[in-house]
Design a protein around this ligand. Structure first.
Ligand code: FAD
Ligand code: PYC
Length: 418
């Protein structure tokens, strides 16, 4: 038998170990990073990866106050779709969908992207008209989207109660076959491992408490644990904490932070092999590979930064699920949790330069940013490398809140969260 040195075996184990941990790094106070990214969620880590991979910027640090992917990235219901109404949003989310389709290969890490399709149910004539409008718009943008009748919906999801005597009968649905779900922590870890391998410094337990500003330009960040860290450019990707960070730099963002909750049931045998969303009764559900029913709510109406929500919201959500799936009424719920999401007035993200030179924000994804993780990182890396917006990101600049060129995706995107 061939003999391997202890070093070779260790290096091999490190390379192929599923529970890879980034080397615990500390920033060098003397160094000026090309880019510092604040926020080690999926979007921040994806940005770092594409900066190093596509823009050859390896002198990059990601600063995360907690642990990687511990924010909304690990708390969401992982629904991935691109069936948005307006061209600007549809193109951005479709860009992301295409990246999802090659992501496990790209990262050499199984993100468990499962294209099992998504149904957005219609319960009234007006819902169906909105669905038809959105499906037509999607098709014009080359996005796979069809309208299904009640019968077709029932065939796809036998457990769904499609009888006409329900309080909210199902009149049909939009169906995007390429939509699906993925494993959220694998996405964060996959990007982290790949960015780390390209030389990015990933620094956990590092809280940004302020910015270093000179003549209207940012020159670095002030951190609680490591003091000042210098940077030529700074990208903030902190989701529900975005307005806290912008106020440190002296400007306001049109963003509100709200709790958003989800829960999972005990594991069941396979019973649901697609994603079902209902705007009208307001709940969404899929079944994870472990068998748990993954159920998500609408936002809690009040503002807050606590990663938890109120009991009544989650109770209403479970009521809505039972309305659609009466056979789930005896299923026991295992866990419930909340994240803190960043909503904008037009339910679209902000990917933008700011009034402070060299300081950029990527936020406002609200309840729908998990699906955007690869696309968001990809386009934000271009912005940070070039210092300006691209075709895809231009419509999402802060300027739209002054010019009024809003991209109103409220409800139209097939999920009504506010
Ligand atoms: P996060 O993962 O929140 O990362 C931001 C990071 O910044 C955090 O780790 C935080 O600790 C760090 N941070 C904050 N302040 C500082 C600081 N001062 N210094 C250093 N670090 C800091 N989207 C979908 O597309 N589909 C869904 O099905 C879906 N369901 C959802 C269900 C729930 C219950 C929730 C809460 C969200 C859901 N979303 C969904 C939205 C999605 O989760 C988010 O839009 C997305 O994960 C945001 O990713 P992010 O990397 O920007 O943010
Ligand atoms: O945007 O698809 C979505 C979504 C589902 C649940 C929360 N957001």
């Amino acid at each position: 038998m061939e003999k391997y040195s202890a070093f070779t075996l260790f290096a091999h184990a490190l390379k192929h170990h599923k529970n890879w941990q980034p080397v615990w790094r500390t920033p060098s106070p003397k160094k000026t990073y090309d880019v510092v990214i604040v926020g080690g969620g999926g979007h921040g880590l994806a940005t770092a990866y594409y900066l190093a991979k596509n823009h050859s910027l390896k002198n990059v640090a990601v600063l995360e106050k907690g642990y990687l992917g511990g924010g909304n990235t690990a708390r969401n219901t992982t629904i991935i779709r691109s069936n948005y109404l307006w061209d600007e949003a549809a193109c951005l989310y479709e860009h992301s969908m295409k990246l999802w389709e090659g992501l496990s290969n790209e990262l050499n890490y199984n993100v468990m992207f499962s294209q099992r399709g998504v149904l957005n149910l219609g319960h009234t004539l007006q819902c169906m008209r909105d669905i038809e409008r959105r499906v037509n718009a999607n098709r014009l943008n080359g996005i796979d989207s069809v309208v299904l009748s009640t019968k077709e919906v029932q065939k796809l999801v036998p457990a769904l109660d499609c009888s006409s005597n329900r309080r909210y009968p199902i009149l049909g649905a939009s169906w995007q076959p390429r939509a699906g779900i993925a494993r959220h922590d694998a996405v964060a870890w996959g990007y982290a491992r790949a960015a780390d391998a390209l030389g990015v410094d990933i620094i956990q337990g590092c809280t940004v408490e302020g910015f270093m500003l000179e003549n209207g330009a940012a020159t670095g960040v002030k951190t609680r644990e490591y003091g000042a860290i210098n940077a030529a450019r700074i990208g903030c990707v902190v989701a529900g904490n975005s307005s806290v960070l912008s106020s440190m730099a002296g400007f306001k963002l049109p963003i509100e932070s709200h709790p958003l909750q989800a829960s999972v049931s005990e594991p069941l045998k396979p019973v649901l092999d697609t994603v079902v969303m209902s705007n009208h009764v307001h709940a969404y559900i899929s079944q994870s590979d472990k068998g748990e029913l993954v159920i998500g709510a609408g936002i809690d109406g009040y503002n807050g930064y606590g990663q938890r929500g109120s009991y009544s919201t989650i109770e209403d959500t479970l009521r809505a699920i039972i309305e659609m799936f009466p056979s789930f009424s005896r299923v026991r719920m295992n866990r419930q949790w909340g994240g803190i999401v960043d909503t904008t007035p037009d339910a679209c993200p902000v990917i933008s330069e700011t009034p402070v030179k060299n300081l950029f924000f990527n936020c406002g994804w609200g309840t729908g940013g998990f699906k955007a993780t690869p696309g968001s990182g990809h386009v934000f890396s271009s912005m940070l490398s070039e210092g300006k917006a691209s075709m895809l990101t231009k419509p999402f600049s802060l300027e739209r809140f002054y010019t009024g060129a809003l991209i109103d995706e409220h409800g139209a995107a097939g999920v009504a969260h506010s």
